[in-house]
Design a protein around this ligand. Structure first.
Ligand SMILES: NC(=O)c1ccc[n+]([C@@H]2O[C@H](COP(=O)([O-])OP(=O)(O)OC[C@H]3O[C@@H](n4cnc5c(N)ncnc54)[C@H](OP(=O)(O)O)[C@@H]3O)[C@@H](O)[C@H]2O)c1
Length: 301
């Protein structure tokens, strides 16, 4: 039986679906039973609770052949690294107490760097925390920038007709679809083909710049001239705060954008069959177009 944290999210939902499609036993974790119902209807067991609650998590991990362990994002938290540390410690303690043998942990590109990577520093902490566990085999997946991040631009495209962030538009970097991360998680859980502690890069299908990515998704939403605008770091932080992101998270996201712009991670990484995944930005643009159509329908309603 496999236990999936963040089961209603991008990666967790795809992982759970793949495992259920294969007829595997799955326990899905989330905070809301209604949101987990679609997995229960397909035969999964639901564990409803908060991953900060170590006693709950220990029960949820009991009997697992493998666990997918992720720290969910919280864009409003006052101190992101503290928040990541609290959940990371809860996950680690529960893994140990439940005696889980195999863990697929969600980390990130850049987790090898000792400083200056914003939210990725908390994932580096988590790699180190989990690596200290005795008797558990752990693989840390290190995906690059998610293609799903592009979906966060939909409100701005609807409002102002452009996409914008602090990342340079002309730098080609690795970008991955979360369905490919979910496929890797599911495969690792079923095969359990890792021992000790290790890392696994996931770099997407090819490197691509944001100028190119928005040109491709622009065509998919019948806005062929869609432009990507690079914001200054101050403009990006202000824009995030105006959208309800906490000052600390905005500061850390700007730090991460700066590191990407400087090519400190995800840029020019050597590709191999192991770290390259199938979904292209052209294929992902269909997902983008569906989300965009749903947003315009909602606005019209
Ligand atoms: N975005 C990127 O480019 C990138 C790149 C590399 C790594 N990452 C990592 O990927 C993570 C995001 O993965 P994702 O996109 O799959 O996540 P996601 O879509 O945000 O899903 C996370 C899920 O976790 C659940 N959750 C949130 N807080 C919880 C809590 N306190 N207790 C229990 N469940 C909770 C939520 O479900 P309910 O609301 O139903 O409980 C949510 O659906 C980030 O946190 C980051 O560490 C991101």
């Amino acid at each position: 039986m496999y236990v999936i944290t963040g089961a209603t999210g991008n990666i967790g939902s795809k992982t759970a679906d793949i495992l259920l499609d294969r007829g595997e036993k799955v326990r899905v974790i989330g905070r809301n039973s209604d949101r987990l119902r679609r997995f229960v209807d397909r035969g999964a067991e639901a564990a409803v609770g908060n991953v900060k609650d170590t006693a709950f998590l220990t029960r949820a991990f009991d009997g697992a052949d493998g666990v997918f362990a992720m720290i969910p994002p919280d864009l409003t938290t006052r101190d992101l690294r503290d928040y990541q540390g609290e959940i990371g410690a809860s996950l680690a303690t529960a893994i140990q107490k439940a005696g889980v043998g195999h863990v697929v942990s969600l980390s990130s590109q850049g987790a090898d760097l000792p400083s200056g990577t914003g939210p990725i520093m908390g994932l580096r902490d988590q790699e180190e925390r989990l690596n200290r566990l005795k008797g558990t085999h752990i693989v840390h997946l290190r995906p690059t920038y998610f293609m799903e991040n592009l979906l966060m631009q939909i409100p701005l495209i609807n409002r102002l007709g452009v996409a914008a962030s602090a990342i340079r538009g002309d730098v080609a970097f690795a970008m991955v679809a979360t369905r490919d991360i979910g496929a890797c998680v599911a495969e690792r859980l079923v095969k359990r083909d890792f021992t000790g502690t290790s890392t696994w890069d996931l770099l997407g299908q090819r490197d691509i710049s944001l100028d190119e990515a928005f040109s491709i998704v622009g065509s998919a939403i019948a806005r062929p001239g869609l432009k990507y605008v690079r914001l200054s770091y101050d403009e990006a932080a202000t824009g995030m705060r105006e959208m309800g992101v906490s000052s600390d998270v905005a500061r850390l996201f700007v730090e991460m954008s700066r590191a990407l712009n400087e090519g400190r991670f995800s840029v020019g990484r050597p590709r191999t069959p192991k770290n390259t995944t199938p979904t292209s930005i052209e294929e992902f643009s269909t997902t983008f177009a569906e989300a965009f159509a749903a947003s315009t329908l909602r606005a019209a309603a």
